[in-house]
Design a protein around this ligand. Structure first.
Ligand code: ZN
Ligand code: ZN
Length: 201
């Protein structure tokens, strides 16, 4: 079954199209998604069968959306912004969950990356420095795409409660600004129902 899924995997070029450029971040998200689909899927991930909990809001998250179909709008992409390259995937049907955490220093994967980056971002950087950085970045991206998943990440099975399906909430009118606000985001201020920005003022 795993091979079958692999053949259905979205090509990396589709991720690049969605994200706008090639980068090490999308490569990391791509590999994490690939592992999750291979190890957790009983079939091609259905629309809302999968849940992804991402612990950063970087480029990698776009790859996860493009490959797994988990999106914020469907409520199956959950952001917990701890600034960590950690991705937890849950198969809602089976309850199986996998925590996939980057276990490699990017500067060790491509030792030239760091030097090239510092040079390219320095105030006196010229075109050659920028070109060299792009080159080293591409080398790093390629390496991430080709590495063994077990080498790139720490992969653990975890036990998690399956979050509820996205709910449809009613709306209420904010007593201060008059705009509609989803019930579950409304607050009470001095006995009146208000939206979060008005609550904060
Ligand atoms: Zn990027
Ligand atoms: Zn308001």
């Amino acid at each position: 079954m795993a091979d079958n899924i692999k053949s259905l995997l979205t090509p990396f070029s589709e991720v690049t199209k969605f994200h706008g450029h090639t980068c090490p971040g999308t490569a990391i998200g791509y590999r994490a998604s690939e592992i999750a689909l291979n190890k957790l899927s009983s079939s091609k991930a259905g629309d809302e069968e999968f849940i992804a909990i991402v612990e950063n809001d970087s480029c990698s998250v776009d790859a996860i959306q493009a490959v797994t179909g988990c999106t914020m709008g469907k409520g199956n992409l959950i952001l917990r912004d701890y600034g960590k390259q950690t991705y937890t995937f849950i198969n809602r049907k089976t309850g199986d969950a996998l925590r996939i955490s980057l276990d490699q220093d990017l500067n060790e994967i491509n030792p030239n990356f760091k030097t090239a980056r510092i040079k390219a971002l320095a105030s006196g950087a010229d075109e050659a420095d920028k070109k060299e950085f792009e080159k080293q970045k591409n080398i790093l991206t390629e390496k991430i795409l080709k590495m063994l998943g077990e080498e790139l990440f720490k992969i653990e099975k975890v036990n998690l409660q399956v979050p509820d399906k996205a709910s449809i909430y009613g709306s209420v009118k904010c007593a201060e600004c008059g705009e509609q606000v989803s019930e579950h985001r409304a607050r009470v201020k001095n006995g009146r129902i208000v939206c979060i920005p008005c609550f904060g003022d």
